[in-house]
Design a protein around this ligand. Structure first.
Ligand SMILES: *Cc1c(COP(=O)(O)O)cnc(C)c1O
Length: 367
């Protein structure tokens, strides 16, 4: 490892923070904390709120619930807007709650709910929050770097992401874009904090250091991930995720499986699928078969969705070829376990989805 107070580290940090500003479309400081994404969520709470302060937490699944639980753990006056799993947040509900509770100072919302495969209409929600002059904190841990995200144009004050999701790096760094208004708020907010202190961290990062020892090796990986993204182009990265998302969903439906997320709000980074199995054990057996026999690792459901869904991650380093592999292997596994007798339905549907929106009849060939 290099000395994290030396010139090589300063250069690494400079490159990584500039790359993140580019990818998050922001001129704000991007603070780097040694932590998983949840550390970033906690940082957002403790730097923006004071004990008993009223804040709105919009939740549509496990990660939204986790953020609200952090607010409660620190003694904020938490107002929850909760929607059924698979549904997005309705901006009109946000408007209604903000009108009914003028004391709310801050709104917390998940961009992309990884537990349900739902993406929110962030521009519409941000417009409502900003028109009322509230501070806006966004969990884009599994959205940023993959889904269109305009941090500054939407007025997002605190935007949280994590190294192990779309950035193609190992876990270990929470990255947080913090607006001038959020830094100002942090000066007044009185929730206890020590490790996750925006003001203290900024003092170090202005000198291209971090307050505590950073995971230097993970920062090198983030730097490389950003270099890969820069080569491709940010909008091209977004388009690739849109393409891959469409292919996965159409392939899954062609197999006859049902998607959890409401139509029009389906995530391009993760797809949640209703279990075809009769019991949680049978689903577990299917997932284990796919992993052991074919090396395809799919996630189960979290919390109440455990045993009821499985999830396909398709973010970061993923392309069309991966999707064909995932779908064909999944079909084969379903057939092996007697859920389906026919195979070969998913690939043509995915191919048709890939052709949608491409100007030429053929999708671009893989290099
Ligand atoms: C992964 C993730 C997090 C953070 O999880 P960690 O395990 O703490 O990194 C937070 N929110 C969302 C939406 C996520 O997908």
């Amino acid at each position: 490892m290099i000395n994290h107070r030396g010139p090589e580290f300063a250069a690494l940090m400079e490159d990584v923070t500039q790359g993140l500003q580019w990818a998050l479309r922001t001129g704000n400081d991007v603070l780097l904390f040694p932590a998983s994404g949840t550390g970033g969520l906690e940082a957002a709470v403790v730097n923006t709120l004071s004990p008993g302060e009223k804040a709105l937490f919009c939740t549509m699944g496990s990660f939204g619930n986790r953020w609200a639980a952090i607010g409660e753990a620190y003694g904020a006056d938490v107002v929850r807007l909760e929607v059924p799993q698979g549904e997005p947040i309705d901006p009109e509900d946000v408007e209604r709650i903000l009108a009914a509770h003028p004391a709310i100072t801050t709104v917390f919302v998940t961009h992309n709910e990884t537990s349900t495969g739902v993406s929110n209409d962030l521009p519409a929600i941000a417009a409502v929050v900003k028109s009322r002059g509230k501070l806006l904190c966004v969990d884009s841990v599994s959205g940023a770097g993959c889904l269109p995200l305009e941090t500054d144009a939407l007025g997002i004050d605190v935007c949280v992401t994590g190294s192990q999701k779309g950035w193609m790096a190992p876990p270990g760094v929470a990255m947080i874009a913090v607006s001038a208004a959020a830094f100002e708020r942090a000066q007044q907010a009185t929730l206890p904090r020590f490790y996750f202190d925006f003001t203290k961290e900024k003092k170090y990062q202005d000198k291209r250091q971090t307050f505590t020892t950073p995971p230097v090796s993970v920062l090198y990986a983030i730097q490389e991930g950003l270099a890969i993204m820069r080569e491709e182009g940010l909008e091209q990265v977004w388009q690739r995720h849109a393409l891959v998302g469409r292919m996965v969903r159409d392939g899954i439906e062609a197999i006859g499986l049902k998607l959890l997320a409401a139509e029009g709000h389906r995530s391009d980074t993760v797809t949640a699928v209703h279990s075809p199995a009769q019991s949680p054990d049978e689903l577990k057996d299917l997932l284990s078969h796919l992993r052991v026999r074919y090396g395809l690792v799919l996630a189960g459901g979290q919390d109440e969705l455990q045993g009821r869904i499985f999830r396909i991650g398709h973010l970061g380093m993923i392309d069309e070829t991966d999707v064909y592999q995932i779908l064909c292997v999944l079909e084969q596994g379903l057939s092996d376990r007697g859920f389906r007798s026919r195979v070969g339905l998913a690939a043509p549907a995915a191919q048709a989805a890939a052709r949608q929106g491409t100007p030429s009849a053929e999708p671009a060939p893989v290099a």
